[in-house]
Design a protein around this ligand. Structure first.
Ligand SMILES: [Zn+2]
Length: 352
């Protein structure tokens, strides 16, 4: 139960006085920075029966509590996650999305249902098996359905003092304000790029800098991309956008080939890539810099010259809308041609 290098100071701060740790914590912040790993380490630390040395040490890893936890059988620990179609996706919590996009459940991730929360009631209100602390870890907390959220609220209103709740969320805005108000919010930021790059390099990822940019500085998402060799597919998407794009049908054919290849690049990811590209074009117009595609800066500048800010913004919003149906398009090729046409239109607004 390790934490990442970039979390050490946050850990030490939080555990400096373990006895004062609040009983409901919300670990919030962007995806792919290691919140879930931190939450698991914290649960292990709270339950550990032989904490070594300093109060801010990690769990010992070898006592009976730690052993149970590692084997997934700790009687005083509950992990609540979405059950329908939803293990925590690779890279901790899934792909980074552009900042303007934070609404609606992610397709493919189920919800945490009320019966899962109700099952917690017994755990919380019947005593501990080890006569000590109990920990309930809920992730991602924004996936709790409304009935479940209300049930959780009732538990949080009067929890026994030996029970800790650790909620993990990348989309805190979707949590009930009444739940938020009962949790101490622990804010996770993105690590410094150098630190993240060093970590990726230690994992054997050679393209860390580029991947970090593309994933908005989220090292775990970057590592996941590297593992899936997604950079090569991503470049195919971007090349169609960057190299004198003119013909929506040709662009669509190129993308369709990518989707049909065995690289595991899916349509929603493709739409997201195009969206990030358009986001960068807008950023370049407005702020003179880009966020995701530093490696393509020259192409971006050439295209941004032709485009208008309003056209790009409209295109970005269009993409946001069509992304919602990207999982089940009626006709993939037409969908791609339509997306390409919208993009080309955004570029052409500046020409007229
Ligand atoms: Zn231990």
């Amino acid at each position: 139960m390790k934490i990442y290098d970039w979390q050490i100071s946050l850990w030490e701060q939080l555990l400096s006085e373990p006895e004062k740790l609040p009983h409901a914590l919300l670990l919030g912040g962007p995806e792919g920075v290691g919140k879930l790993a931190f939450a698991r380490a914290l649960a292990a630390r709270l339950l550990c029966e032989n904490v070594p040395g300093e109060p801010s040490s990690l769990a010992c890893g070898s006592c009976s509590s730690c052993t149970w936890l590692l084997s997934g059988n700790h009687p005083d620990f509950r992990l609540i996650q979405p059950e329908d179609g939803a293990d925590a996706p690779a890279g901790e919590e899934g792909a980074e999305t552009p900042p303007a996009n934070a609404s609606g459940p992610k397709p493919g991730q189920g919800s945490i249902r009320i019966d899962q929360i109700r099952a917690l009631e017994d755990f919380v209100f019947v005593g501990s098996h080890r006569h000590g602390k109990r920990v309930a870890l809920i992730a991602p907390a924004e996936q709790i359905n409304p009935a479940g959220a209300n049930a959780l609220l009732k538990i949080l209103e009067e929890p026994p003092s030996s029970v800790y709740f650790i909620l993990v969320s990348s989309q805190q805005r979707r949590l009930l304000p009444t739940i938020l108000s009962r949790c101490r919010n622990i804010v996770f930021g993105r690590p410094e790029p150098n630190q993240a790059e060093r970590w990726l390099s230690a994992q054997g990822v050679g393209t860390g800098a580029e991947l970090l940019q593309l994933t908005g500085g989220a090292p775990l998402v970057a590592a996941d991309w590297a593992e899936q060799n997604r950079l090569a597919s991503y470049r195919v998407v971007i090349e169609a956008l960057a190299e004198n794009p003119r013909d929506p049908v040709a662009m669509a054919v190129k993308w369709l080939g990518l989707l049909k290849s065995e690289q595991g690049f899916a349509l929603p990811q493709l739409v997201e890539a195009v969206q990030k590209w358009v986001f960068d074009l807008s950023m370049l117009k407005i702020a003179g810099r880009c966020r995701y595609h530093g490696a393509w800066q020259n192409s971006l500048e050439r295209l941004a010259d032709k485009a208008s800010t309003t056209g790009l913004m409209a295109c970005y919003n269009d993409l946001q809308r069509i992304r919602a149906v990207a999982r089940h398009p009626l006709n993939t090729q037409l969908f791609l041609e339509d997306m390409a046409a919208r993009y080309l239109r955004a570029l052409e607004v500046g020409r007229s």
